[in-house]
Design a protein around this ligand. Structure first.
Ligand SMILES: Nc1ncnc2c1ncn2[C@@H]1O[C@H](COP(=O)(O)OP(=O)(O)OP(=O)(O)O)[C@@H](O)[C@H]1O
Ligand SMILES: [Mg+2]
Length: 298
């Protein structure tokens, strides 16, 4: 029988990271979710080289005190409440995104809470804090991820070209912009502004920034029943497209893998642009809403 050994925390982190952090787009998704959770009304995402060498997310959310900032990079570190924890089954909660990202990159974090005299700046390499200093910075958090997968060459080999990875990041930012039209989201790729949503809460305004004026032809859906609601926009059957790639379906602001189809009486193809948002009480699972959770990378 081979001898059983326990993996070191560093190796365990790298394995966990492989699951959470597949590519720059998955990093952006996690960082955007954190910024939204921090109550940000404005978030800027900047990438260079498809996000592989430089990926920065700046928010004006609640920020973190120095001690919290240090703790945030430990596995299973979270500020979620016991009530949130009760929703693990439906929210896919794990509390390890930052630890996972940190273990496979170099990070510079600057953060300051409202009313604090100064903020804190942390530098991490492969999950270890290598420098901590006091910093004069605006309220909120700026997190810069450099050299993603510098210490996991096997993962690095799976990366596509910077153009492909950058486009995946753009798609991830677009999804979060549609999920959170109440947040002004700006996206810069190699110094060029690609997206800027107004953050006025209107889904149509966010859609316009992403899809252009064609989305003006879409039809509004607004249906409510007890604690459930189905809202959003769908295309008319006559404007349907042969691909489902432009469909986005949210349940309680989370992107879902499910796709919707028009009824059977329509000629093929029956795929339209659809951006429905279903709201259900949080304890209702995706299965109750007729869809499965996409993988963490989606
Ligand atoms: N931009 C941010 N502003 C303020 N606090 C943050 C920010 N990003 C992370 N944090 C803090 O760090 C903690 C850890 O973040 P992490 O993403 O690792 O886990 P989580 O968001 O709690 O859970 P999940 O695994 O679902 O992402 C958060 O709970 C939050 O307290
Ligand atoms: Mg998170």
């Amino acid at each position: 029988m081979p001898k059983i050994i326990q993996l070191s925390p560093h190796i365990a982190n790298l394995i966990a990271a492989g699951e959470v952090v597949e590519r720059p787009a998955s990093v952006v998704k996690e960082l955007l979710e954190n910024a939204v959770d921090a109550g940000a009304s404005k978030i800027t995402v900047e990438i260079r080289d498809g996000g592989m060498t430089f990926l920065r997310v700046t928010d004006n959310g609640c920020g973190m005190a120095a001690e919290d900032a240090r703790t945030a990079f430990l596995r299973h570190a979270t500020s979620r409440t016991a009530e949130d924890l009760a929703l693990i089954g439906t929210m896919g909660f794990r509390g390890e995104a930052l630890a996972a990202i940190a273990s496979v990159s170099r990070i510079e974090l600057m953060t300051k809470t409202a009313g604090a005299i100064s903020g804190v700046s942390l530098m991490l390499e492969a999950g270890q804090i290598i420098e901590e200093t006091e910093a004069g910075c605006p309220e909120g958090t700026t997190i810069l991820i450099r050299d993603l997968f510098f210490n996991t060459p096997a993962r690095m080999k799976f990366m596509k070209s910077d153009t492909v990875e950058g486009s995946r990041v753009a798609a991830a930012v677009q999804l979060q912009a549609l999920a959170h039209p109440e947040v002004a989201i700006q996206f810069l790729r190699d110094g060029k502004q690609i997206l800027s949503t107004p953050g006025n809460g209107g889904l149509q305004a966010a859609m316009y920034c992403i899809y252009g004026r064609d989305c003006a032809k879409m039809v509004k859906v607004d249906s409510r029943w007890e604690k459930y609601s189905l809202t959003g926009y769908i295309t008319k059957p006559t404007d349907a497209r042969p691909s489902r790639s432009m469909q986005t379906f949210f349940v309680n602001n989370e992107v879902q893998a499910a796709h919707l189809r028009f009824g059977g009486s329509l000629p093929q193809p029956d795929h339209g642009w659809k951006i429905p948002r279903m709201c259900a009480p949080p304890h209702h699972s995706r299965r109750d809403c007729g869809c499965e959770r996409p993988s963490r990378q989606d």
